[in-house]
Design a protein. Structure first.
Length: 324
């Protein structure tokens, strides 16, 4: 993974020893907000108004956190307003790079830089931070707006509505408290839980994390037996935050992260629900399975030291889902 320390690159993996073998995800650094008129948002400073062509999104097709932002960009009709650069799926000693020798990796379309870390130091020369995706860049102020996916998708949800006329609302006011409660459980047990299982370096840390993964999946399977979507009959932010983990589960997390008690396709309701979300307009184009498989198995040599890429199951996300 690596990190920047006072602007200098250091190829350091996560420190699990100090956490008893457990993986602890570090906090993100940038928390500014785009708002309709540029006034300050829930956190960060003002001066980031919604404008067509002003912002650039850096993503990895492999990363579920970045994938969230690509889904919202598609669902909210933001493709013409916000352009994108896609990093290479291999994340080795230089971290995320803009190499282009893998289908779908675009290079840095904004500056032509070689590494994602160069975007961070362009914003703050002496920055100390992990270099993660997504990154939302402001071309006018020459800085990072945010590298926190949960905040970027809420900006995309409403800030540009006046420009696009797209008023689809995935964080409706009447459901916000319940969405946040569901998000919290899914994040801890599943979204981040698979990483806590996969990156654990002691048996105890793994056992705790993987138990949480399957407790959460079992809870979701029961919930979806009674509800079409997580909050009822409306698709919300909570569904899309869950989807990006589910769509990777059998391809990556089941094998590579040792979350192998059951597969996604063994859950009748969750598997049908995942297929339904995948088949919604605009979503399939954001799913890049070859990037998932290549990134995880090739980049994590602590887990897969010979970098052998498995053949993986063939999943038919377009199979009729029978819901509705």
């Amino acid at each position: 993974m690596g990190q920047l320390v006072n602007g200098a690159w250091s190829d350091d993996w996560y420190d699990t020893k100090s956490q008893g073998g457990a993986f602890v995800r570090p906090a993100t650094r940038f928390h500014n907000w785009i708002t309709r008129d540029g006034r300050p948002g829930p956190s960060g400073e003002g001066g980031f108004p919604a404008e067509a062509g002003r912002y650039h999104l850096y993503v990895s097709h492999a990363c579920p956190w970045a994938h969230r932002t690509m889904i919202f960009r598609a669902l909210k009709g933001l493709e013409p307003l916000i352009d994108v650069s896609v990093v290479h799926p291999d994340m080795l000693s230089d971290g995320w790079t803009f190499a282009t020798d893998f289908p779908g990796a675009t290079g840095d379309r904004l500056f032509g830089l070689p590494f994602l870390r160069d975007i961070y130091t362009r914003a703050v020369a002496d920055i100390t931070t992990r270099v993660t995706v997504p990154v939302l860049w402001d071309k006018v102020r020459g800085t990072v707006v945010s590298n926190e996916s949960s905040e970027i998708i809420r900006m995309f949800n409403s800030a540009f509505d006046g420009l696009t006329g797209n008023t689809a609302d995935f964080w409706p006011a009447d459901l916000r408290a319940e969405i946040d409660t569901v998000n919290t459980r899914i994040y801890g047990g599943l979204n981040n839980g698979v990483y806590r299982a996969g990156f654990a370096t002691t048996q105890a840390a793994y056992d705790t994390a993987v138990a949480g993964v399957f407790d959460t999946l079992d809870w979701l399977e029961t919930r979806l037996a009674e509800k079409r979507y997580l909050l009822g009959n409306r698709v919300t932010e909570a569904d899309w935050r869950l989807f990006t983990t589910l769509v990777r589960f059998d391809l990556v997390y089941h094998l590579h992260f040792k979350c192998n008690r059951r597969r996604l396709i063994d859950y009748r309701n969750l598997w049908a629900y995942t297929r339904e979300l995948y088949q919604m307009p605009g979503v399939a184009g954001t799913v890049h399975g070859p990037h998932f498989v290549r990134h995880y198995h090739y980049s994590h040599d602590g887990i897969n030291p010979h970098r052998i890429i498995p053949i993986n199951p063939v999943l038919d996300f377009m199979q009729p889902h029978g819901r509705g």
